[in-house]
Design a protein. Structure first.
Length: 80
């Protein structure tokens, strides 16, 4: 457990050279975006079945796609 805590402390330090591997992050950006979009589709489907209207203009899809991307990159930065 202390090894994991040390790793998180190292990642949160101000040493930007050791923050993350850029190639790994670039390769996972489409995956995180697609997972966010899939989450948006599943949520909108459930909302329609329950009788709620989805937000207009694909706003919910955009929010979930960008949210999934941001969350995925933060988790990658902390655990990598």
């Amino acid at each position: 457990m202390s090894d994991a805590l040390q790793k998180v402390r190292t990642r949160l330090a101000w040493n930007w050279d050791e923050w993350n591997h850029p190639l790994r992050a670039m390769l996972l950006v489409p995956v995180f975006t697609l997972l966010g979009g899939l989450g948006s589709i599943l949520l909108q489907t459930e909302l329609v079945h329950r009788g709620y209207d989805a937000l207009p203009g694909g706003l919910l899809g955009a929010v979930f796609s960008l949210g999934g991307l941001c969350l995925g990159l933060v988790v990658l930065a902390l655990l990598d």
